[in-house]
Structures are given as structure tokens and as C-alpha cells.
Design a binder for this molecule. Structure first.
Ligand code: ATP
Ligand code: MG
Length: 586
């Protein structure tokens, strides 16, 4: 991975090939999905979908799936082949889902820069929209002898499934006549039975080496209120039955999912092929392709565990800037461009692996560096008094907003007698190679004057509270004589007379273990106790009007963002987004 790659170059370069693009290219060359129509006209040859379950906030792993599905569709649309991507809420489990999650998911997809609009149509779908069709198709399978109602309880069914070495055993309801299954299934729908009394199973093969194919349950009774269909249904279709049919109904071409669904693929195909044979669907059918899920070091990407962090108040909420959720990284200062760049850089593969957190962080640096303004900020202030500088004098100084973008203009601020510098830029006893302030040493105050340190004052406890220095009138940066001063240290400062106060939240990684939850480890024990430090900082005067969401580079420190929730002009709050360089690498 090239850590120093140039984002502009990356953006212009053709997208690197990957196995999914290769599959699509092959299908295009074969004309596999060419010439299809629906009621609105010709269909694109690439139709993908992002199918979240609305049971939590999306995280960086979902961003990979979004960038992949929406990104591929967009790419082929732009190439003239035709491409679109649907959002489909997989809302078949009535008890776990919530509209709060639906809204946040839509918001996350839009924030990443993608749209489910195509050719004037909106492709925002819900699996629950298909409950009527799904029910009809289940009846079709029963009539064709491909499904039966099993009246054993869940425990008995599970016990008879067998395992990797032993085949399963047929249920004695397996040979129930289709008519009997059909009327039982209708009674299930009509609410005649309690949860668990019967299930509908596909009749496939109890001896299949793939356990998924051992007569999987495709419908179950669940007397529960659904967030969209209310109390209309008391039977709900299972994921495997719903997913492939929803794909086929939406005319999806490439159904991209994570590797854990590899064993579900034969079932996906089996259901669609049976319905094709029954005349419900026509070729070409959608196909499922699996890619490796994103595992990112120093974090976790499990909704359940993220929920636990929120519920146990280990973080301030789903949008805590340390969370790997989209709302969290957004509040941390990540840009949609940086997340897309990250996803493009990590690519897609067929084998699971860990991606280093530093790759995500580097993508943010590469995106921010060319475009954000610089400011001076002193995070751990120490008073510096220039004793030979007249009281009340305010000497105008300037510095570019961006070192490589003169067109962005200059910042204006003043040099004055009392300044703030960083505590770590002064020491009484300098170690070897320390070029900053110590008694007798000269440094340049960036964009200001060269000064020479004359000493310091301490409090009763021996802490340095004030540093003293004298300045050289003819050393001002940008004036003719200034080059006569050769100094090794160059430190930043802000004038105490005009500095703007801000609360600065120094976020670090949430976990100190690179693999917080692998091997069944207790991820809570791996929480980084120093993932947040809050300091009261001083900023140059121009920062006073910073709007929430503005990203800045604090020179010599890090990239920061004015907090979206808490910051306002007059009461600034900044979050550390990422360091200027990787400090975690040894
Ligand atoms: P979790 O296990 O965190 O609950 P999930 O897979 O159940 O996640 P879904 O809402 O079902 O979450 O996921 C929607 C889509 O996002 C699916 O296609 C899923 O494969 C994909 N996805 C989820 N997690 C990742 C990940 N870490 N990397 C890549 N894709 C992911
Ligand atoms: Mg899932």
C-alpha cells in the first residue's frame, strides 16, 4: 500500500480492476443482461443493491459495501453501459427494526455521495414491500412439491439437521401432501397457530453436504408488530427466501454480499431456479457474488458490539467521534471523499484479511492536506513575555491560508508583548538535539520575529509558568534583514492579546489492541483508556468565526474539525481528526 499516494492522481486514474469488475466485464462481453426491459423501458446491464437490515447504525464496513455497490453502478452508468444501485431494507425481522435506523442509513448513503435515483425513478425498496409476492411464491413452491409445512418444534428440527459429518434425518411431515401443506400454510397466515407451531420448509435434500440445503425453514410464525406492515402479517419469510426473490423482483444483475453467505448461494440459486421453472421468473436470473468483509485494526465492526458500547455508555453515543460508525467518523472529521478513497485503495478480495487503521487515516490526510486551511493553535499554553517589546504594540503579521495555494490568500494576526506558546516548546534543560526555547537559545516565532530566551518564572511547585525573551527588531519574517538570523528552531505561537479560546478534544483510537474482538476476546478489556483528552486551547484570531463542520490543520499538530454538534462561533469545540503523520507505527 502506497501511503504517500496522491489523492488527485488516484481520483484521475482508472479504477483498478478487481474480481467483481472482471465478472461484470465477462457478463457484458457475453451480453448476459443485455436487452432486458421493464414497464419503464430498457434496463441497465448492471443493477446492484445495498441491503442493510435497519437494526443499527452503519459502520465503516458497510461503507465498503456501499462504495462497492453504488460505485460499480455509477462507474458503468458513466461508461454508457447503464448502471444503477438500489437500497433495499432487509426488514423481515419485525422485532429488531426501527425507523430511526432507516433514516440514519439513508443519510449515511447520501453523505457518502451516492443516490438511489436513476432515470427519474427512486430505487428505495423494502423487503416488506414484497410480503404479498413472497407469500404467493411460497404457495407456488408448495403446489409444485418444493416446500412443505413441518409441524415439529424448532428444537426437534435443529436436532435432525445433522452436522458436517452426519447427514440430517427427514421429518415425518416431509411427505405431507401438497394440499395439506397448503391449507396449513394458509391457516398459519390467518393466525390460527401460535409462534413455533409450524414452519414452512423447502424440500431439498437432508443429506446435502451443505447444511444450508437440508430443507431450510423459509417461513415462520411470528405474532409481532412490524414497523411498516403493522399487524397485517403473523408469518414472516426468512432471509434466504426473501433475499433472492427481492433481487429477482428488482431485476438485480449482480448481488454482491460478504463471504459468510457463500454457503447460502446454492440455496439462492435453488429457489430462483424453482420459481423460474414455475414460470414466475425468467432468465437471466440475478447472481450472488461474495467478497471479503472489512476488518479494520484497532476497532470493531459488529453492530451488536457497537450497540453494547453505546448502551454501557463507554462512548457518548452512536456518533461519538471514536466510533467506527459513519455518523462517528463524520463527526471525527472524515470526509466522504476520504472514505471513498479508502474503499478504492483497499479494493475487494475473496479472502478475509485485516486492513490497517493507518490506511483509513492516511486516506483522510491525503484528502485534507491539499484543501484545508492552516491555523496556529496552542493546545497546552505557556505564557511567553517579550520583555523588550513595547506594551500595547500590535505588529501585523501574515501567513498563507495554505502553503501551496497562494490563491487562497493570507491570514492576518498580530505579534504582541505577551504570547502563548506550547509548553513542550520550552525546557530549562534541553536534551541533545533540542532546538526549541531554552535559556540563551534563539528560535524563530513563525511568521514573526527571532527571539532569544532569557529565563523563566516558576510557581511554588516548581512548574514553569512564564518564559521570558527578547526579540530582534530587524528579524521579522519576510523583511530584508530577516535572513541574517540563522536559527534551528521554528515554533508557533498566538498573541495573548487576541487569541480565541477553544475546547479541543484530542481523540485517539478507541482500542489499544489491534484485534480487539478476535478469538472471542473481551473487547471491553481492550478499550484504550487514553482515547480522549480534552484541553483548553488558544487559536489565532481568524479562527473565531469557524463554522461547525469546518476542517482545519492546526500547524505542527494535526487535522481538526469544528464539532458538528457542540461547536459554535463564540464557543468553539474542535475534534482531532487525524495526526499529521502516523504516530502508531513503530
Ligand atoms: P453486523 O454483523 O455488523 O450486524 P450485518 O452484516 O448484519 O452487519 P447488514 O445490515 O445486514 O449488517 O449489512 C448490509 C450489507 O453490508 C450486507 O450486504 C453486508 O454484507 C455488508 N456488510 C456488513 N458488514 C460489512 C463489513 N464489515 N465489510 C463489508 N461489508 C459489510
Ligand atoms: Mg446481516
Amino acid at each position: 500500500m502506497n501511503q504517500k499516494s496522491n489523492p488527485q492522481k488516484d481520483a484521475a486514474a482508472p479504477a483498478p480492476s478487481n474480481f467483481l469488475r472482471q465478472i461484470i466485464e465477462k457478463d457484458l462481453a457475453a451480453g448476459h443482461y443485455a436487452g432486458r426491459q421493464d414497464g419503464h423501458g430498457p434496463l441497465p446491464q448492471v443493477i446492484t443493491r445495498f441491503p442493510p437490515e435497519p437494526n443499527g447504525y452503519l459502520h465503516i464496513g458497510h461503507a465498503k459495501s456501499i462504495c462497492l455497490n453504488f460505485g460499480l453502478a455509477k462507474e458503468y452508468e458513466e461508461r454508457g453501459v447503464g448502471g444503477r444501485c438500489h437500497i433495499r431494507f432487509d426488514d423481515t425481522n419485525p422485532v429488531k427494526e426501527d425507523t430511526e435506523y432507516v433514516d440514519s442509513i439513508l443519510d449515511a448513503v447520501q453523505w457518502l455521495g451516492f443516490s438511489w435515483e436513476h432515470g427519474g425513478q427512486t430505487h428505495l425498496h423494502y423487503a416488506s414491500d414484497y410480503f404479498d409476492s413472497l407469500y404467493q411464491f411460497a404457495e407456488t413452491l408448495i403446489q409444485q412439491g418444493h416446500a412443505y409445512v413441518d409441524s415439529q418444534d424448532a428444537e426437534t428440527i435443529r436436532a435432525a439437521r445433522g452436522n458436517l459429518t452426519e447427514p440430517g434425518k427427514n421429518s415425518h411431515f416431509r411427505d405431507r401432501p401438497a394440499d395439506e401443506s397448503l391449507s396449513l400454510f394458509r391457516e398459519m397466515r390467518d393466525g390460527k397457530y401460535a409462534d413455533g407451531e409450524h414452519v414452512l420448509r423447502a424440500r431439498i435434500d437432508m443429506a446435502s453436504p451443505n447444511i444450508m440445503m437440508r430443507d431450510p425453514v423459509i417461513y415462520r410464525i411470528r405474532h409481532a408488530h412490524h414497523h411498516r406492515t403493522g399487524d397485517k402479517w403473523c408469518i414472516y419469510p426468512m432471509y434466504d427466501f426473501t433475499h433472492c426473490i427481492s433481487d429477482a423482483l428488482e431485476r438485480i444483475t449482480h448481488s454482491i454480499c460478504t463471504l459468510e453467505f457463500e454457503n447460502n448461494r446454492p440455496l439462492y440459486d435453488w429457489i430462483l431456479e424453482r420459481l423460474r421453472d414455475a414460470g414466475v421468473f425468467a432468465e437471466p436470473l440475478p447472481h450472488q457474488h461474495e467478497f471479503s468483509r472489512l476488518n479494520l485494526t484497532y476497532t470493531i465492526t459488529s453492530k451488536r458490539k457497537l450497540l453494547q458500547l453505546v448502551e454501557e455508555k463507554r462512548v457518548s453515543g452512536w456518533d461519538d467521534p471514536r466510533m467506527p460508525t459513519i455518523v462517528g467518523i463524520r463527526r471525527r472529521g472524515y470526509t466522504p471523499e476520504s472514505v471513498r478513497l479508502f474503499c478504492e485503495r483497499i479494493g475487494v478480495a475473496k479472502a478475509d484479511s485485516w486492513i490497517e487503521m493507518s490506511v483509513l487515516e492516511q486516506a483522510l490526510r491525503d484528502d485534507l492536506d491539499p484543501r484545508v486551511n492552516r491555523v496556529s493553535a496552542v493546545l497546552r499554553p505557556l505564557k511567553l513575555i517579550i520583555d523588550n517589546f513595547p506594551e500595547g504594540r500590535m505588529e501585523p503579521c501574515t501567513s498563507p491560508h495554505h502553503p501551496h495555494k497562494p490563491e487562497l490568500g493570507l491570514r492576518n494576526f498580530h505579534f504582541s508583548r505577551e504570547l502563548w506558546i506550547e509548553q513542550e516548546d520550552f525546557t530549562e534543560t534541553p536534551p541533545k538535539g533540542y532546538f526549541r526555547l531554552f535559556p540563551g537559545n534563539r528560535v524563530r516565532l513563525r511568521h514573526g520575529f527571532v527571539i532569544e530566551c532569557t529565563g523563566c518564572e516558576k510557581d511554588a511547585a516548581g512548574n514553569v509558568v512564564t518564559v521570558h525573551a527578547n526579540y530582534f527588531e530587524d528579524s521579522k519574517s519576510g523583511t530584508p534583514g530577516s535572513n541574517n538570523y540563522k536559527v534551528k528552531g521554528n515554533i508557533h505561537w498566538v498573541s495573548a492579546a487576541e487569541a480565541v479560546g477553544a475546547q479541543v478534544r484530542l481523540y485517539d483510537r478507541l482500542f489499544s489492541d489491534p484485534h480487539p474482538d478476535s478469538g472471542g476476546k473481551d473487547f471491553l478489556a481492550a478499550l484504550n483508556p487514553n482515547s480522549l483528552e480534552t484541553v483548553q486551547a488558544w487559536l489565532e484570531p481568524g479562527a473565531a468565526s469557524t463554522e461547525a463542520g469546518t476542517r482545519l490543520q492546526f500547524e505542527r499538530h494535526c487535522y481538526f474539525v469544528a464539532d458538528l454538534v457542540d461547536s459554535k462561533p463564540g464557543a468553539l469545540v474542535f475534534n482531532r481528526s487525524v495526526g499529521l503523520k502516523d504516530t502508531w507505527q513503530k
